[in-house]
Ligand binder design. Sequence first.
Ligand SMILES: [Zn+2]
Length: 315
Amino acid sequence: MRPWLRLWRFRGAPGRIVAALRRAGLLLAVPLLAVCLPTAGMAAAAVPLRIVAAERVYADVARQIAGPAATVISVLNNPAADPHLFEAAPSVARALANARIVVANGAGYDPWMDALLRANPVPGRQVLVIARLLGVPAGSNPHLWYDPAAMPAYADALARALTAADPAEASTFATRLARFRASLRPLDARIAALRARFAGTAVTATEPVFGRMAAALGLKMRNRRFQLAVMNGSEPGPAEVAAFDRDLRTRAVRVLIYNRQATTPATRRLLEIARRAGVPVLGVTETEPAGLSYQAWIGGTLDALEAALAAPPHP
Ligand SMILES: [Zn+2]
């Protein structure tokens, strides 16, 4: 079953992109140096160290680890828009043509990056794909930043890439990496504490966006088929809708999680049923909100989740 691949078909991505997506991990891993001709006069050291990340969260972590040694831009920035409907503007291609390090989520989340990278080859450009770092197969839940293992793996790989691009700054990158890894410890402790307290608790969601963190917390996720249908842009079946409604009305779940970036009439209806039944609701986003670090974003979401899970039962 490849629900995430179906998503792209449903949303009208060309078959060419879907085919590329199947091979995305491999394609993005091809050392671009080996497949393109050197550009005349482009001495690597003369080019400022530019990083382009497909998603804002990866750009944020890149800034934390690179510090002033790099300029970092991100492509997906709008927490009010649905990233699955994104179409890259020409400015993205121009940014990639100047980037020494490129970061993509992979797993079918940002297939436009793969096409743009191939169309804009740069000698020596390093491409980090989070799905590959984590060994996530195509067709898996692509919301990888909600996996607590994602950022440590990414940070390590990025520090290696930065050091390769700018060896003179190696010790600076090592120091910044250590600081970043240390900053994750409170989050890890938080996750462990929530897991100890709430593992096995039944929750549900309109979409699988928070699924990897819910799994890390040991939460029992209900109505998965419904979530995949919504995610794939198709209508959940009547039996799935009825089961979801029943879970809310009978308060068989302690929390309803929804994606703030992709509300539809169907999800708004569920939010209303939850409100009337007294089931706490947690809104999450796919895109890191402006002004928040990864640590603050995830920490704040865990705070809100804890408050929802600990809410006293509705009278
Ligand atoms: Zn999503």
